[in-house]
Ligand binder design. Structure first.
Ligand code: AGP
Length: 619
């Protein structure tokens, strides 16, 4: 996905846009650009390949002055990263520019049609068809009405798009429009100035009054405010939200990387995730945003969880929790696969989407499939006010604060915790979890943030992880093994390593190793084994022995003080003891820190790994 920032008001637009783009660079960083209307009333455009620093240097060398502008940081879909493919894209006469997030699925047909009308294309992007369409309708049928031209152009597009348009002929306004689920568009109100962005962190330092643009809506934004319309031009009434995030929450602070900050603040983020949800006097959980009263819970015949990437591995844990505590069958699906298997959806099902960004197109599409089938829908989501939170019947915020690092960490532990809370909630409603279990779990959950904090303090101040990464960063393949509740952690640990250090890693159910992957084991293929003291500990010990018998190195995640495993494994990373259902939430933390340190030693770009983006708004 890409990042968009716009400004209109009395201040210089370029510095505000650039600073906002820096907060969004995690969304895409192939190239960047911005445009302002300068003192001569012309549109000045600056674009540069590569990271935002390149654009910033270009603007230092070739400054632009103007108090209305729009900028974009790109994650390439059509056309390689380059200056010519960077946004904004301009109309032939330079009278208007467009930035876009999303994808024009029918761009080839439109490009051919526009070329036949005499339009010349400077870029390989799909976005360029949008600016030429607007330009065409502006002079053909829309009689110089910019908003009408944008609406008319969007009617020709297939696929999700969020666009922002700037025109020299309408120098007092920005026009934003959203079509489908192409990543968020938020409008921020200041004092005599207005902001627009793809995500809240870009403008949070300027305003907390945020309005979310929904699909098939348009905003006409001037310094005095914003007017909202549907794509037929009818006015739409919209209420702003007051965002209570601390602006510095989206800053790195004293940390070296966002990912490092987000790993090491999990003691606090887990506190926030649990805040207001544990009732100690009744030993129960209280989740008042689910929109799922007990009678609705008791009608449920099945729960399906849909998600992508790290959120999918969280979903795998959700299956264990809900089946164990609420005794309801749970299916887990990759969101990108769900709708293609023509699922049997009924109104006696609950479809749960897990999504940090709330904007992942595959996950939103799966939700639409579920909604059309009549199922109840629930989003476990981190981004406040995001599309997933708005389209579902109910939601459960992860309450982890903004997660900027592309590799998800605190959102994972928050979503797993939310799923445990959901399992307890469903079990309470169905009477399938007894009071003793509820008391045990509510108490264990209340200690979770403290245990995570202790674990993280030791990791941050010790040298254990740095020394381990020093020894192991030269290997090119890793196998991660976990069983039962720790199989999803094996999968997530492997993803963390591969997506930020580019080392190949596979997560596998430990019991499956002897059915194939054991052939891979030798001195060049270290194995990470998640083996805390739990009900299947002995099974994991025998897995470790099978690896050692074939000359493989073993890094074990183990319960603190477990001396036996110290004899079996080559390296041990310790986690505190806790309730068995909470062990996975702690077990993932050493794997996050390990992946981070390995990536550092390999000189990888931890916060912005190659080819990735924080939220994927293309299918
Ligand atoms: C996780 O580290 C990755 N960045 C990626 O797999 C991510 O979890 C996936 O794209 C889903 O994103 P979402 O949770 O925002 O839907």
């Amino acid at each position: 996905m890409c990042g968009i920032v716009g400004y209109v008001g009395p201040q210089a637009a370029a510095p505000i846009v650039l600073q906002g783009l820096r907060q969004l660079e995690y969304r895409g960083y192939d190239s960047a650009g911005l445009a302002v209307i300068d003192a001569d009333g012309e549109i000045a455009v600056r674009r540069e390949k590569g990271k935002l620093s390149g654009l910033s240097n270009l603007i230092d060398a070739e400054p632009v002055q103007g108090s209305i502008g729009v900028g974009h940081t790109r994650w390439a879909t059509h056309g390689p990263p380059s200056r010519r493919n960077a946004h904004p894209h301009a109309s032939p006469d330079g009278d208007l520019v467009v930035v876009q997030n999303g994808i024009v699925e029918n761009f080839l047909d439109l490009r051919t049609r526009l070329q036949a009308q005499g339009y010349h294309f400077d870029s390989d992007t799909d976005t360029e068809v949008i600016v030429h369409l607007i330009h065409h309708y502006y002079g053909n049928g829309c009689h110089g009405d910019l908003a009408a031209s944008v609406r008319r152009a969007l009617r020709d597009l297939k696929g999700p798009s969020a666009v922002v348009v700037l025109s020299k002929n309408w120098p007092d306004r920005l026009i934003a429009a959203r079509l489908g689920n192409a990543g968020g568009v938020v409008v921020g109100r200041g004092e005599g100035e207005m902001y627009i962005a793809s995500d809240i962190p870009a403008i949070l330092r300027h305003t907390r009054e945020i309005t979310f643009l929904e699909s098939r809506q348009m905003a006409v934004i001037t310094a005095d405010g914003a007017a909202y319309f549907d794509l037929d031009g009818r006015p739409v009434a919209k209420e702003p939200l007051l965002i209570d995030w601390n602006p510095t929450a989206a800053e790195k602070g004293e940390y070296r990387h966002f990912m490092q900050k987000e790993i090491f603040e999990q003691g606090r983020s887990l506190t926030d995730t649990l805040r207001g949800r544990l009732n100690f006097s009744t030993a129960s959980v209280e989740l008042d945003t689910l929109n799922l009263p007990p009678d609705a819970v008791n009608k449920l015949e099945k729960v399906t969880i849909v998600a992508c990437g790290t959120s999918y591995y969280s979903a795998l844990l959700g299956k264990y929790y809900i089946e164990r505590l609420a005794r309801i069958p749970v299916e887990v699906d990759y969101a990108s696969e769900y709708r293609y298997r023509q699922p049997l959806v009924t109104d006696k099902q609950l479809v749960v989407a897990i999504t940090q960004s709330g904007e992942t197109v595959d996950t939103l599409a799966a939700l639409e499939e579920a909604r059309q089938g009549g199922a109840g829908t629930l989003a476990i989501v981190n981004a406040i006010g995001s599309q997933a939170a708005r389209v579902c019947d109910g939601y459960l915020y992860m309450q982890a604060g903004p997660e900027i690092g592309v590799a998800s960490t605190k959102a994972f532990t928050a979503s797993v915790t939310d799923l445990l809370l959901l399992g307890l909630y469903l079990g309470q409603a169905r009477g399938t979890v007894d009071e003793a279990t509820r008391k045990e779990l509510v108490h264990a959950l209340s200690t979770l943030p403290g245990l995570a904090g202790e674990l993280l303090d030791e990791a941050f101040h010790g040298r254990r992880y740095q020394a381990l990464a020093e020894e192991l960063h030269g290997y090119h393949n890793f196998l991660y093994l976990g069983r039962a509740l720790h199989y999803p952690i094996a999968r997530e640990g492997a993803l963390k390593l591969k997506e930020i250090s580019y080392i190949h890693a596979e997560g596998y159910p430990a019991g499956e190793m002897k059915h194939g992957p054991i052939a891979l084991i030798d001195e060049q293929m270290p194995t990470v084994a998640i083996a805390p003291r739990d009900s299947i500990y002995d099974k994991m010990i025998s897995q470790i022995e099978q690896v050692k018998a074939r000359g493989g190195l073993v890094l074990a995640v183990a319960t603190a003080g477990d001396e036996y495993i110290q004899q079996k494994a080559d390296y041990v990373l310790e986690i505190p003891a806790t309730h068995e259902l909470l062990l996975p939430i702690l077990a993932v933390i050493p794997l996050q820190v390990f992946a981070y340190e390995m990536a550092l030693r390999r000189g990888a770009d931890v916060d912005q790994p190659r080819n990735l983006a924080k939220s994927v708004t293309v299918e």
